[in-house]
Design a protein around this ligand. Structure first.
Ligand code: SF4
Length: 276
C-alpha cells in the first residue's frame, strides 16, 4: 500500500463499476468499520477480506480472521512474508523499526499486498477498490490523508493490462466509538486486546506506548521473551528510550522464569550495562 498521493481526477466510480473490493483487514476496530462500509455498499461476492500476518500478531489473530470471513460469508485472503518480523529483524534489518524507518510496514504489509494484487489482476478485474480504515483523529499524520488516491498497483497505460485501483478511506472522519458501533451491527466481537489496551496493532509495535507493551508481556510472556532476546542478540533496543527487557523485568516475577531464560537475563543485564 505504498502511497501514490495522486488523487484520481475521475473521483470514485459508481458502485456498479468496481469489479472487486479489497478490505485491508487487521482484526482491529477501524478495519471492522471499513468492512461494515464495504458490506453496505457492495455485494459480498465482490469483497475480499485481506489480512497480512506480520509474524508479530496476537496468537488468536488468524483464527479470528477466518472466523470473521466465514461468519460474514466473504472471501478471506491471508498474506505473509515467510521471513516474518523476527526473521527480518534478526537476519536482515538488524535494528528495530522506528517512526522514520518503518520497514515492518513496507516489507510485511505493503510489499506483500502489492505483490498479491499484481498477481491477481485478472481475478480482480479492471477496476478494483482498495479500502483501509485510517481515521483522522488517530494521529497528526493521518489528519491530512485524502479520502481517495490511486493505489500503487494502478497501471498507467493499458500496454500490460487495463487495471485501475482506487485506494479509498471510508472512515477518515468518524470517531472510534462509531467503529465499535459498526462492529456491533455486524455482530462481531471487538478483538480481545481492547479489554486492556486502546489500539489493536502488532503485539510489540515500536509505536505503542510502553504500558501497552507491558500489558501484552503480562499476558504473553513466552512470545515477549523472543523479542527481548532479539534486543540482546542485536544489542539494539526496541525503542531508543526504552528497552523491552526493562519492561519485561518490571512485569514478571523473576522466580517464575526457567533456568535458560535466567541465563539470558544475566547476559541481558550485561547488555543493559554496555548499552547505557
Ligand atoms: S503495527 Fe507497528 S510493528 Fe506492526 S507493521 Fe505497523 S508499525 Fe510495524
Amino acid at each position: 500500500m505504498a502511497r501514490t498521493k495522486i488523487i484520481p481526477p475521475e473521483g470514485l466510480f459508481s458502485d456498479l463499476e468496481y469489479t472487486s473490493v479489497i478490505v485491508n483487514y487487521s482484526n482491529g476496530i477501524d478495519s471492522t468499520g471499513t468492512l461494515y462500509w464495504a458490506l453496505k455498499n457492495f455485494p459480498k461476492e465482490k469483497i475480499i477480506l485481506l489480512y497480512c500476518d506480520t509474524g508479530c500478531e496476537y496468537p488468536e489473530n488468524i483464527s479470528l480472521f477466518y472466523k470473521t470471513a466465514a461468519f460474514l460469508k466473504i472471501r478471506p485472503v491471508l498474506l505473509a512474508d515467510p521471513r516474518g518480523f523476527l526473521g527480518l529483524l534478526l537476519n536482515e534489518r538488524l535494528r528495530f523499526p522506528d517512526m522514520k524507518h518503518r520497514w515492518c510496514t513496507s516489507y510485511l504489509k505493503t510489499m506483500v499486498t502489492d505483490k498479491w494484487i499484481r498477481h491477481h489482476r485478472e481475478q480482480l478485474g479492471p477496476k478494483c477498490l482498495f479500502l483501509s480504515g485510517e481515521r483522522r483523529d488517530e494521529s497528526i499524520g493521518r489528519e491530512k490523508l485524502p479520502e481517495l488516491e490511486y493505489h500503487s498497483t494502478t497501471l498507467k497505460t493499458r500496454r500490460v493490462a487495463d487495471f485501475t485501483c482506487h485506494w479509498y478511506r471510508p472512515c477518515l472522519d468518524y470517531e472510534k466509538g462509531k467503529m465499535f458501533e459498526r462492529g456491533r451491527e455486524l455482530h462481531l466481537e471487538p478483538h480481545p486486546c481492547y479489554e486492556y489496551i486502546g489500539r489493536c496493532s502488532c503485539m510489540f509495535c515500536v509505536l505503542m506506548p510502553d504500558r501497552h507493551a507491558a500489558e501484552n508481556i503480562k499476558r504473553y510472556p513466552e512470545i515477549a521473551a523472543a523479542y527481548v532476546r532479539a534486543e540482546m542478540q542485536l544489542n539494539h533496543r526496541w525503542k531508543q528510550a526504552s528497552s523491552l527487557q526493562s519492561i519485561y523485568n518490571e512485569c514478571l516475577d523473576i522466580g517464575d522464569i526457567d533456568e535458560d531464560l535466567l541465563e539470558d537475563f544475566r547476559q541481558m543485564s550485561l547488555f543493559e550495562t554496555i548499552g547505557e
